[in-house]
Design a protein around this ligand. Structure first.
Ligand code: NAD
Ligand code: UGA
Length: 429
């Protein structure tokens, strides 16, 4: 099929590459001309494992091109996938400005009759948005508006896109479902054919539930710390129950990223607007917001004060294997440490260029060991392997102090304690 992907960010670019790898003829279009130029040179604007080589291969084979010209991109397409951002708006609701702008462009460029076309909303949107967009195409006899939420995770986006856990298709008529099945014909994954509203809700509910698990574990971790239990052992014991499962039970300094925080916010807002508040989710948000401060307070208890302390901070991105720093817990932690007078030396394998702009006063270094050298204390914020697989004997030699604050429970607690470090994890007595 001829597919056009509108918006070539984390989701759009990955989707474009994966469609091209599966034999579709794909064009990506973006309003960011600089991004398009990079893409046309075969360079990925984002760090995502395996994406750039796959992008280059798909382009060489002729299945993938990029343009900044919407007319060119729209004219050719059997299916148009909307993958633009839906960030948190000022009032907490999803900001649908980019989406409606893209829809307006489609309205301008698409003919009202002739060959059939799919307009597919892949962006995460509040329940009711896709029906509203369908209404905007009511006069187009040939356009099917479909909701097809995306569930990929950053850091393994391409793999998730090629092997999705499920394909959720929200549409109104059988013809639209059939056309969408052509798009995904070669993918062996469970299907859900449903209404557009259900598809939209499945997406929000999935993110909200995963976030709930994390906040549950983070709050439980605080209790574990208070009563002398170890959240890691507790999580293992819980995860072996097949009804619970082992995923998303990792306590830490809180969840971040471009999606959980803003999607929770949007769902909370939608619920309040309809007088059916989601009080549990409001608590999930509150726990997450207070988690970095809870850990920082414990760190300060150990150090007495942050003022004048040399602190090595390892990991800046919101999770490993991505350069994305949107809503990263590191940003809250850095801000607080600097405000309280600490000298922070930060290391991250890929995210530094994004953080430099926000905290020019931070010292950035090239390796974890450079950060640790001479430090009074170290904090692990993101569990990159470059930050966890360390030569601890050497770390003991180069650090000035002995405090290790493990914000992801990813350092070998017993081993480092044996070497004479003072170890503080999340929810480990
Ligand atoms: P992003 O900010 O990385 O990318 C969005 C892109 O859209 C940008 O390149 C921007 O320039 C472009 N754009 C904006 N308006 C445009 C227009 N009118 N025409 C063409 N391009 C336009 O966003 P993202 O992280 O890829 O997220 C996109 C959507 O997918 C969001 O709704 C998000 O919630 C959802 N989602 C994201 C992820 C993820 O892991 N990032 C996973 C699942 C779902
Ligand atoms: C998440 C979902 O996992 C995807 O299915 C979804 O498509 C995506 O949001 C989205 O809608 O954008 P992502 O944000 O890439 O994906 O990352 P996750 O792996 O879910 O991690 C999110 C945050 O939770 C990270 O900060 C991570 O450190 C934290 N986390 C995750 C924990 O603190 N504990 C855990 O057990 C798991």
């Amino acid at each position: 099929m001829k597919i056009t992907v509108i918006g070539t960010g984390y989701v759009g670019l990955t989707t474009a590459v994966s469609f091209a790898m599966r034999g579709h003829s794909v064009m990506g279009v973006d309003v960011d001309a600089a991004k398009v130029e990079r893409l046309q040179r075969g360079q990925s604007p984002i760090y995502e494992p395996g994406l750039e080589p796959a992008l280059q291969k798909a382009m060489e084979e002729g299945g993938l091109t990029f343009t900044a010209n919407p007319a060119e991109a729209v004219a050719r397409a059997d299916a148009l996938f909307l993958c633009v951002g839906t960030p948190e708006g000022q009032d907490g609701r999803a900001d649908l400005g980019y989406l409606f702008k893209a829809v307006a462009t489609l309205q301008e460029l698409l003919p009202k009759e002739g060959g059939e076309r799919l307009v597919v909303i892949k962006s995460t949107v509040p329940v009711g948005t896709s029906d509203q967009i369908a209404g905007m195409f009511a006069a187009y006899s040939n356009v099917h508006v479909v909701t097809n939420p995306e569930f990929l995770r950053e850091g393994r986006a391409l793999q998730d896109s090629l092997e999705p856990s499920r394909i959720v298709i929200g549409a109104r008529d059988e013809r639209a479902f059939a056309l969408m099945e052509d798009v995904y014909a070669d993918i062996d994954a469970p299907r859900i054919h449903t209404t557009r509203a259900n598809a939209e809700m499945i997406k929000y509910a999935s993110n909200a539930f995963l976030a709930t698990r994390i906040s549950f574990m983070n709050e439980l971790a605080r209790l574990c710390a208070a009563v002398g239990a170890d959240i890691e052992v507790v999580a293992r014991g819980m995860g072996l129950d097949s009804r619970i499962g082992p995923e998303f039970l990792r306590a830490g300094v809180g969840f971040g990223g471009s999606c959980f925080p803003k999607d929770i916010e949007a769902l909370i807002n939608l619920a309040r607007a309809t007088q059916t508040p989601l009080s549990l989710l409001e608590q999930v948000r509150a726990i997450n917001r207070s988690q970095p401060a809870w850990f920082l307070d414990r760190m300060r208890n150990c150090l007495q004060t942050f003022a004048g302390k040399e602190i090595a901070l390892l990991g800046l991105s919101f999770k490993p294997e991505t350069d994305d720093i949107r809503e990263a817990p590191s940003l809250v932690i850095v801000k607080r440490l600097l405000a309280e007078g600490a000298h922070v030396r930060a290391y991250d394998p890929v995210a530094v260029p994004h953080v430099v702009r926000l905290f020019p006063e931070l010292t950035f270094v090239n390796t974890a060991y450079d950060a640790l050298e001479g430090a009074d204390a170290a904090i692990l914020v993101t569990e990159w392997k470059e930050c966890t697989q360390l030569d601890w004997l050497w770390v003991k030699v180069i650090m000035a102090g002995t405090f290790l604050f493990d914000g992801r429970n990813a350092w070998p607690a017993e081993h480092v304690k044996g070497l004479g470090f003072t170890y503080l994890g999340v929810g480990r007595s």
